[in-house]
Design a protein around this ligand. Sequence first.
Ligand code: CP
Length: 325
Amino acid sequence: MAGFFLKKDSGQARMTFMNFKGRDIIDINDFSKDELLFVLKTAKRFDPAFVKSDRSNYTIARGKIAALLFFEPSTRTEQSFRSAAQKIGMGLIGFNNPELTSIHKGESFADTIRIMMAYADVMIIRHPEPGSARKAANVADIPVINAGDGPNSHPTQTILDIYTILKVFGRLDNLKIAFVGDPLHYRTFHGQFSALSKFSGNKFYGVSPKGLEMPKEFRNSDYHDVVINMKNLDKTLAELKPDIVSVGRIPKEYIKGDSSKYNFQVSVNTMKGLPGHAIIMHPLPRVNELDPALDSHPNAIYFAQARNGLYVREALLALILGRIF
Ligand code: CP
């Protein structure tokens, strides 16, 4: 992995933590390729796979406060941000049930942001409405991190996804990626496609039932639809031979009518047809699309992927607070 970073004459060589200080993190497309690589390199400083002890990071953001505004449920994103903030010495305020705040009395979104920013140094917001994180950033005078705005964007998920890929393969280029599930609605696929399109030689295959193909605005000439009856998933993946099988649940909240007709499952049997090095990723939570019997397979890396979220979020918090030296 080390050799991948800091190529001569690349923008990374000129980039410092100052490029990130005070920045909002709203959309993956706000990052250049070199900025993404800088964040990934910084995340290594917090990852026990690369550093013997992360003790030196415990105090780097001492005295700073993170405000978590979770307007909809989360396990991984909320808890990993809580953990990341505390691991670098930050205090925490916030809520994950807006009904227990003065929003219940009719306080507006903008006023809620104005009040929370008065008490914190960085704001982390999850909200069901697309564009809400950008709206918060337009009101707030502290950095805002988008922790998922409905079907729109979840940039820190994308960064932890590509960190995971880099950890496994040692590169982010010349990879074959199959998106399995619902490329039409699933923000994880949109984010991975946008980020990995910044790197050369990657090929993308949207493996889905008819009607759930990737929206036009996300496509380029490296993206291909593989529309199938999902009963034929194992055979299709065996023919495609992807390096990465990126799986997502069918988000029934965005599908009109009966979504159960789109059900599928990736299983131990699926692995048998894949190249030996191929990995299975999933942002989680899963419903039925990953057979639990797959969990012990060494190439099923979705729990390690979730753990990587901690290191990436520690790095992002430290960078936007200007506390990385
Ligand atoms: N992957 C993800 O965003 O999970 P949560 O909804 O549990 O945060």
